[in-house]
Design a protein around this ligand. Structure first.
Ligand SMILES: [Ca+2]
Ligand SMILES: [Ca+2]
Ligand SMILES: [Ca+2]
Length: 187
């Protein structure tokens, strides 16, 4: 059962990252995220910043493909879950590497004013970009903001991702980073 909780969360994350919702992760999903962020920031269509954001948004995915030893740029949910859940050790080195990397990634993309804090507005923008129901953003933000200063720090984000990737407890606060993980459609 414990393993199922992690699988459900990873499947949920896969479905969130699959921005065009076609059941396959591909570079275009990450390009789409960059486009949506650019639109929120009102970056012009011809502005070089838009291209920069695309590079930044796709890099983590390209690194992941390389770490997986993939030869194609597409990934399905089975491959995705198998990479993060190894049979012998629940906290595999692959996961540990990606906890910090993913937290940094989210900060790089959504800390729009660059103050090394994710404000509630920036956090809600993340929900908008990934088309997550805003209904859960308030609750999730409160859970992640453990020192209650109305900002999510890098340390709080790393801690949340540790919960998200590793915790077998349904109650863990970090499970809620991307909203209602229990709504994942397991196939
Ligand atoms: Ca896709
Ligand atoms: Ca900020
Ligand atoms: Ca805080």
């Amino acid at each position: 059962m414990a393993k199922d909780i992690r699988k459900q969360k990873l499947t949920y994350l896969f479905q969130i990252l699959d921005s065009d919702r076609n059941g396959i992760l591909e570079p275009d999903d990450f390009v789409l995220v960059a486009e949506r962020i650019s639109d929120i920031l009102q970056v012009g269509k011809e502005d070089p910043q838009r291209l920069q954001l695309k590079f930044k948004a796709t890099r983590i995915y390209m690194d992941l493909l390389q770490d997986m030893g993939k030869t194609k740029v597409e990934l399905d949910d089975q491959e995705w879950c198998a990479f993060f859940i190894s049979d012998e050790e629940s906290d595999s080195s692959a996961v540990k590497r990606y906890i910090f990397r993913t937290a940094s990634y989210i900060f790089m993309l959504f800390d729009q004013d660059g103050d090394k804090q994710i404000s509630k507005k920036e956090y809600q923008d993340m929900f908008t970009v990934y088309e997550i129901d805003q209904e859960h953003s308030e609750y999730a933000f409160e859970k992640l903001d453990t020192n209650h200063d109305d900002q999510i720090s890098m340390a709080e984000m790393v801690h949340a991702f540790e919960d998200f990737f590793l915790s077998k407890e349904p109650q863990s606060a970090g499970n809620w980073i991307f909203g209602d993980w229990k709504s994942a459609k397991l196939v």
